[in-house]
Design a binder for this molecule. Sequence first.
Ligand code: BEZ
Ligand code: FE
Length: 283
Amino acid sequence: MRNLDQHTITQEVIDRLVDTPDPRLKEVFSSLIRHLHDFARDVSLTEDEWARGIAFLTATGHKCDAKRQEFILLSDVLGLSMLTVAMNNAKPPQCTEATVFGPFFVDDAPHYDNGSDVANGAAGEPCEVSGTIRDPEGRAVAGAKIDVWQADAQGLYDVQRDELDRPQARGVLHADSEGRYHFHSVLAEAYPIPTDGPVGEFLAATGRHPWRPAHLHFRIEAPGYETLVTHVFREDDRWLDSDAVFGVRQSLIAPWVRRDDGSYSLRYDFVLNPETAPVSQAR
Ligand code: BEZ
Ligand code: FE
């Protein structure tokens, strides 16, 4: 146990977890320690570099408050959020794919009837959105709860506007008895993720842009189905192949149709994955 060197220290640290009561916690930390040590050896991490790393993580924490989660943003730009989504949302091919949740969801968004305008004054070209919520056999998922949220014409979410005193361009709807949903809003535009913090410094230092292709966010919940957290992306967007947070899936790209009066419409049908019955414990 004495005179540990750069090769023997890793197993010694992992062995120190021997009394961890929670087996999953033990597994996760053992792997984390192994990979962190391998990383440090791999890049021959200097003491100065690790001090800079700690300063970066400290600044990331200091940037967080009730409205801003810089660690989620860091996970997003490192692709870790999307990796976790991909690993945990495997489903039959006919089901709608999931993508990143993002930091701009609000729990108590206003409720609307189908056909309402959820923009609530948000700036942008008028846009009508409709479609269905079905199961893989094509049966309507009546009453499914649909949360929708989006950026406005300036690429900002309502929660990013300190001057706003009400929710805009977000709401909760319910699918009707035939699984249909329908609302009016504004045209979603591409926007840069927030760059006024450590994540912005990281993007600049690595020559990366902060843009996300234009999209609508959806969270769809119904009893007996896996909750779906996803986006629908505009097919004409220039950032589809370089989304700053790696969230684009081909199946989630759709055409927004421009009408003669300058307004837009989108039709998108969602397919939910039925929850699998819990496997009964073998005796
Ligand atoms: C979003 O789409 O709202 C989002 C996702 C990840 C990082 C920043 C924003
Ligand atoms: Fe977004």
